[in-house]
Design a protein around this ligand. Structure first.
Ligand SMILES: NC(=O)c1ccc[n+]([C@@H]2O[C@H](COP(=O)([O-])OP(=O)(O)OC[C@H]3O[C@@H](n4cnc5c(N)ncnc54)[C@H](OP(=O)(O)O)[C@@H]3O)[C@@H](O)[C@H]2O)c1
Length: 234
């Protein structure tokens, strides 16, 4: 299978790339920072890379055209899987508040965590054949009712979108999965506190994401909530 991971150069997307490559898939990882992409491409031998900002339509159009025209070395001209992982995180100082952040912060969050996903799916859909998969990475902030802040607003919206998209994609034979992680340890954090040590590993998420591609074509993993055993971290 040919699988595109938007936000695959670090964190959860990179862990998914590792699992999917081990399964023998072709993987294209997309991120903004070319140096990180290059390093990850070397580390995950066999992964194709493409640098673009998923939030900028003028850049994602170039990505879709490059795939469609078979211009990405080591990757085909069709897509069997689209994994959407790139997101903006909240300001730690105000992450549970829906009063303190400015409206512009909410708008930026929605642009990155919802509108960009919406546009990418629209752009990639013509390249997705029956049997393909779309995997959206949400958050347990998108299922809890309190203290999710403006990040939670964006992930609740993404969840609503995932449910609607799944129904619309059913007649096309395309499966839509929503994976909602709780706190996950990524390279950007230091495992310095007890709380950090209780977080999920990115490999936990990599395995769950890879599972969506290991099932039979007639099965779809609709939604998974995966949390640290001790519960959410705030
Ligand atoms: N980590 C957690 O605790 C946690 C918990 C719940 C849900 N999640 C969700 O899981 C997903 C992945 O999170 P993560 O923790 O793995 O993030 P991460 O470690 O910060 O990695 C994000 C990846 O996305 C890329 N990226 C970010 N913005 C981008 C953009 N505008 N265009 C293209 N690529 C972009 C990054 O590369 P560049 O910076 O080079 O572009 C990187 O490869 C997100 O949807 C997040 O909301 C994470």
């Amino acid at each position: 299978m040919n699988i595109v991971i938007i936000g695959g150069s670090r964190g959860i997307g990179k862990a998914a790339a590792r699992e999917l490559l081990q399964d023998g898939n072709n993987v294209l990882i997309v991120g903004r920072n070319p140096k990180t992409l290059e390093e990850t491409g070397k580390e995950l031998a066999g992964a194709a890379t493409y640098s673009c900002d998923a939030g900028k339509a003028e850049e994602t159009t170039g990505l879709v055209d490059a795939v469609k025209n078979g211009k990405i070395a080591g990757f085909g001209d069709n897509v069997d899987g689209l994994i959407l992982c790139a997101a903006v995180f909240p300001n730690p100082a105000t992450k549970t508040s829906v009063v303190q952040p400015e409206p512009e912060e909410l708008q930026a969050m929605l642009d990155s965590n919802v509108t960009a996903y919406y546009r990418l799916v629209k752009e990639f859909l013509p390249l997705l054949a029956p049997g393909s998969r779309i995997v959206l990475i949400g958050s347990t902030s998108g299922i809890r009712r309190d203290r999710g802040g403006i990040y939670g607003i964006s992930k609740w919206a993404l969840r609503s979108y995932a449910y609607a998209l799944r129904e619309e994609c059913k007649p096309m034979g395309i499966g839509v999965s929503l994976i909602n992680p709780g706190g996950t340890f990524t390279e950007t954090r230091k495992k310095s506190s007890e709380e950090d040590r209780s977080l999920l590993e990115t490999s936990d998420l990599g395995k769950v994401i890879a599972l969506t591609f290991r099932l039979s074509p007639q099965a779809v993993l609709e939604e998974v909530n995966i949390r640290p055993l001790k519960g959410d971290t705030y």
